[in-house]
Design a binder for this molecule. Structure first.
Ligand SMILES: C[S@@+](CC[C@H](N)C(=O)[O-])C[C@H]1O[C@@H](n2cnc3c(N)ncnc32)[C@H](O)[C@@H]1O
Length: 188
C-alpha cells in the first residue's frame, strides 16, 4: 500500500508506465532521471526502492527534498544534475526516464542512452517515455528533441523488450502526439 503523497503535496499522479513497470520490477536501487518534484520517485520509495532522483532544476529538487524531510523518507537521494553530461557513476537495477528526453541536447542522445545502458545491472530495467515527431503525427510542441519512428527500439537492440509502442497520446491542452514507450531488460 502506498500513501498518496502526490495529492498531499499537489503533484500529478505517478506516471502510469511507472506503475505498470513496478508490477514486474522488484524493489532495487533505482534512478529517476529528470525527476521534477518527485511524483515517481516518491512512489518508488514507498514501494521499497532505494531511489536516486536527479533533475537539472534546483527548485524541483528542493521541493522533493522538503517532501522527503516532512515525510521522514530517507530512501531518496537527490541531486541537481544535467543528464546531457551522460556521466552516471553507479549501476542501477531500474532506470526510469519518463517525459524527460524531449528536453535534452539532441546531439547527446546516443551518449545518454549508452550511459543509461552501461549503468544498468545485467537483469535490470530501463523505462523510457519520450515524445516523437513522425510524418503521420508531426510533434505540435517545439521540444528540443523528439524521437523518429523506430529510433528508440533500434538503440535497445540486444535487450529484452518487455513493452514497446509508439502510441498516439493527448496532451493536457488537447494536442495529439506520438510517444515512444519502452520497458526493456538488460540481457548481458
Ligand atoms: C516533463 S518533466 C517530467 C518529470 C518526471 N520525469 C515525470 O514523469 O513527472 C521533465 C523534467 O526534466 C527535467 N530536465 C530537463 N532537462 C534536463 C536535463 N538536461 N537534465 C536533467 N533534468 C532535465 C526538467 O527540469 C523537468 O523536471
Amino acid at each position: 500500500m502506498t500513501v498518496d503523497l502526490n495529492s498531499r503535496y499537489g503533484l500529478s499522479a505517478v506516471h502510469s508506465e511507472v506503475v505498470d513497470a513496478c508490477k514486474i520490477i522488484e524493489p532495487c536501487n533505482a534512478l529517476d532521471m529528470g525527476c521534477s518534484s518527485g511524483r515517481n520517485a516518491l512512489y518508488l520509495a514507498q514501494l521499497g526502492f532505494d531511489v536516486t532522483a536527479i533533475d537539472i532544476n534546483p527548485s524541483a529538487i528542493a521541493m522533493l527534498e522538503r517532501i522527503c524531510s516532512e515525510e521522514k523518507l530517507n530512501s531518496i537521494q537527490t541531486q541537481v544534475s544535467d543528464i546531457n553530461n551522460a556521466s552516471l557513476d553507479t549501476n542501477y537495477g531500474f532506470i526510469s526516464c519518463t517525459v524527460t528526453l524531449m528536453f535534452i541536447d539532441p546531439s547527446r542522445f546516443d551518449d545518454i542512452i549508452a550511459d543509461m545502458q552501461k549503468s544498468t545491472f545485467v537483469g535490470g530495467y530501463n523505462l523510457i517515455v519520450c515524445a516523437m515527431n513522425t510524418e503521420e503525427h508531426p510533434c505540435p510542441v517545439p521540444f528540443p528533441f523528439t524521437l523518429k519512428a523506430g529510433q528508440l527500439r533500434e538503440v535497445y537492440d540486444g535487450w529484452e523488450l518487455i513493452k514497446y509502442n509508439e502510441d498516439l497520446g493527448t496532451m493536457h491542452n488537447g494536442a495529439q502526439l506520438q510517444f515512444a514507450t519502452l520497458l526493456a531488460r538488460k540481457l548481458s
